[in-house]
Design a protein around this ligand. Structure first.
Ligand code: TYD
Length: 161
């Protein structure tokens, strides 16, 4: 299996409910390597670009409000953005996260344990995890500059240790 990189976001519900450490712990336990991490204030532009493939969905406007923390009183619109690397990292991260709909997710997964569907029908599912190789590549580039990722290969070519 190939070494992959994938984007994880601790969404506002996960952040507000104190699940940041748990998510990082579960991904650590799965054997994934953390190579990038930063708090990001999510602008409307970034949110819409990130979710551009869902722009025609009825839940899109509320999805943009959700990822910007508007339902969780996050005044700085902040999320924690992470990049994980490892063999089959994309599928492995999705497995640890669980299915998109928390009500259908494996109860042992993060979303199955801690996600919820609001009475308005919005999925609050704790974290984002890139869906496939093309999305992962696009999303890692959208959220991180290459120099923000800790990479052994880059350290070697820069002479940094
Ligand atoms: P999607 O990209 O389909 O799922 P995933 O996050 O697992 O890759 O959807 C993006 C987000 O949109 C999802 O995490 C939660 C929200 N969403 C809803 O609120 N309602 C829905 O019916 C769907 C499909 C998604």
């Amino acid at each position: 299996m190939a070494i992959e990189q994938t984007l994880v976001l601790i969404k506002p519900d996960g952040f507000k409910r104190g699940l940041t450490g748990l998510v990082i712990d579960r991904l650590d336990q799965a054997g994934l390597e953390l190579i990038g991490a930063k708090m990001v204030g999510v602008t409307e532009k970034l949110a819409k670009e990130h979710y551009k493939d869902l722009a025609d969905k009825p839940f899109f406007p509320n999805l943009i409000r959700y990822i910007r923390g508007e339902f969780h009183d996050l005044k700085a619109n902040q999320v924690l953005a992470l990049v994980y690397q490892g063999e089959g990292a994309i599928a492995l991260t999705r497995k640890v996260a669980g299915a998109t709909n928390p009500e259908q997710a494996d109860p042992h997964s993060i979303r199955g344990s801690f996600g919820r569907v609001t009475t308005q029908g919005q999925f609050e599912n704790v974290l984002h995890a890139s869906g496939n190789a093309a999305d992962a590549e696009r999303e890692v580039k959208l959220w991180f500059k290459p120099e923000e990722l800790v990479s052994a290969a880059r350290a070697a070519t820069n002479g940094k240790h």
